[in-house]
Ligand binder design. Sequence first.
Ligand SMILES: [Cu+2]
Length: 150
Amino acid sequence: MKNFYLILLCTFLLGLSSNSEGAADKAPNLKIENAYIFKPIEGSNTTAGYGRLINLSDEAVELKIVSAEVFKAVELHKTFEKEGRMSMEEVESLNIPAKGSVELKPGGAHIMLFDANRDLKEGESVWVRFEAGTSQMNTAFKIVSRGTQN
Ligand SMILES: [Cu+2]
C-alpha cells in the first residue's frame, strides 16, 4: 500500500520530459534483468517500472531514461524518507558502478511512466529507451499486476 501511495503522489509531480528520437545504437555493456512495469491501477494512466540495471563494463555509467512506448512522458525517480514520510523526486541519471548493478524496486529508485495513451494488458511488453553517454538502448518491460512482483 505504501507503493500505491507513492504512485498517487507522482501523479501530482507531472513534469515535462524530453522525447528526443536519437540514434538507436546498442549499449552492449549494459543490460536490464527482470524488467517489469506495474499495470496502471484502475482509473490511472501513470505507473512505475523496475528491474536490475547491470553494468558489465570497466567504467561507471550514467544512465538516463529517454522515452517509452505508449507513455507520453518518463522520468527516473529516487525515493527518500522525510520526516517519517516516503516521498520521491526526479533524478537526471542513475550512476551504475563499473562491473556493478543498481536495483530498481518498489520503495526505491524506479522509472516513472506518465500518461499511457491506451490500456495495458498483463503479459504484454513495452519498450523503454535509455541513454548512456552517446549510446542508447531499448529494453522490453513486461506489464505485470501489482502484487505479482516485489
Ligand atoms: Cu516516482
